[in-house]
Design a protein around this ligand. Structure first.
Ligand SMILES: Cc1cc2nc3c(=O)[nH]c(=O)nc-3n(C[C@H](O)[C@H](O)[C@H](O)COP(=O)(O)OP(=O)(O)OC[C@H]3O[C@@H](n4cnc5c(N)ncnc54)[C@H](O)[C@@H]3O)c2cc1C
Length: 376
């Protein structure tokens, strides 16, 4: 099999890259995922209305929010009101399926689900040009001009090339709960503090009866026993007021769990390889927001691939445009926040509470900027 572009991983980052490429050039694209597209362990992530609009994902919106509360388990809280919906939650699986359908409609992509990429190598072809070979779990070999690594926390390229892995990891565990008694379905809540996990938590209502509730622990290692994160969640479910009252008789419809790498790789561009999304640790190191960054980085990566394809050159000069664009837009704020992260994720409860009190004096708009850009 021979393709112009191969994309490993069909999470949001891989899908966004594929969509931008397939809709702009007629090159052949192979999109591969080791599982089924639309991972059910990420049920309803929060993101922003303008992101949904830009990437055409309106049909996947589950709920929009007019209020945002930042709350500590000690009870201190800051609530912000908005005139229009400013935050929302998505049906993750639906969002992925919408993007996949659009990719398929373009007609130049082959999609392989339940197929793992086991290795890749750069080799010199008969014509002395360099190509890339991928090996798949079903023993097939694929030849590509360029590979996009969107393999998330598997870090296909980083592990293969022995790159330095991200310094921090958020390990979230949550549940989609039914038969709740949600007080305000239009109020999205994010938790500060360390009582139920130093990575804070979330309560995202879907309607009066359904909500997504969970906590995260941030560590310096990619592996952490999920059983500990789950125990924290179970404790919070029993005692964290007022949410414990809203979920007293709730039934677990789904579990949602995983690992979010934090602190972006220094380089995303290597010969014949571009890295995007969680595989490059592009989730924000302040609120662990990965959907918008994956969509935006996929677009930047896709734009560069289109330029390279049109110029028939995958030279470092052209491919580096992706890295330059990303750095210009994000690097400074990510680097600062990653450095602060070593202190902020491991601070005491009193320090967390002080932050919630400080945040309470912000305007609603400033708070939104803080969530999105780590600055107010
Ligand atoms: C429980 C949980 C809650 C979250 N909540 C939010 C939220 O509220 N808001 C938000 O913005 N972000 C949230 N995030 C983060 C966000 O979901 C991720 O940052 C984002 O989905 C990353 O997308 P990605 O495409 O880079 O990686 P992934 O979605 O991890 O996709 C990687 C894909 O690569 C595939 N793959 C890996 N290795 C191989 C291989 N060798 N061969 C073939 N395929 C391979 C995997 O199967 C996977 O489908 C949450 C994450 C989790 C786990």
């Amino acid at each position: 099999m021979k393709f112009d572009i191969g994309i490993v991983g069909a999470g949001i980052a891989g899908l966004s890259t594929a969509l931008h490429v397939c809709s702009r050039i007629d090159g052949s694209v192979l999109l591969i995922d080791k599982g089924r597209i639309g991972d059910p362990t990420k049920t309803s992530p929060f993101t922003f209305p303008d992101t949904v609009e830009r990437y055409g994902l309106k049909d996947a919106v589950l709920q929009e929010y007019m209020r945002f509360t930042y709350r500590s388990p000690t009870g201190i809280a800051a609530t912000f009101e908005y005139e229009n919906p400013t935050l929302l939650t998505l049906d993750y699986e639906k969002a992925c399926r919408i993007m996949l359908e659009r990719i398929r409609k373009e007609g130049n992509a082959e999609v392989l689900e339940n197929t793992q990429v086991t290795n890749f190598e750069i080799f010199k072809s008969f014509f002395r040009t360099k190509n890339l070979a991928l090996w798949l779990s079903d023993s097939r070999k694929v030849t590509l001009d360029i590979l996009v690594d969107a393999s998330g926390k598997s870090f296909l390229t980083a592990r293969k090339l022995g790159l330095k892995l991200p310094p921090l990891y958020s390990h979230p565990y949550g549940e989609l709960l039914e038969s709740c008694e949600v007080e305000d379905p239009q109020e999205m809540c994010i938790f500060a503090g360390r009582k139920y996990g130093n990575g804070g938590g979330w309560f995202y209502p879907i309607n009066e009866k359904t909500a997504r509730f969970g906590f995260a622990t941030v560590t310096r290692t990619p592996d952490f026993p999920m059983v500990v994160v789950k125990q924290n969640f179970v404790k919070a479910r029993e005692e964290f007021f007022p949410y414990n009252h809203m979920v007293t008789n709730a039934r677990t419809a789904r579990q949602e769990l995983g690992t979010i790498p934090l602190g972006p790789l220094r380089r995303f561009v290597y010969p014949h390889v571009l890295i995007v999304g969680d595989a490059a640790a592009q989730a924000t190191p302040w609120y662990c927001e990965g959907i918008r960054p994956a969509l935006e980085s996929g677009e930047m990566c896709g734009d560069t691939l289109c330029q390279a394809y049109r110029k028939k050159s995958y030279s470092a000069r052209i491919l580096k445009k992706y890295q330059k664009k990303w750095n210009k837009r994000n690097r400074k704020m990510y680097s600062k926040s990653t450095k602060i992260g070593f202190w902020s994720w491991f601070r005491s409860q009193e320090e967390w509470d002080r932050t919630v009190k400080e945040v309470a004096s912000l305007t609603s708009e400033s708070m939104l900027k803080r969530v999105r850009y780590s600055r107010s």
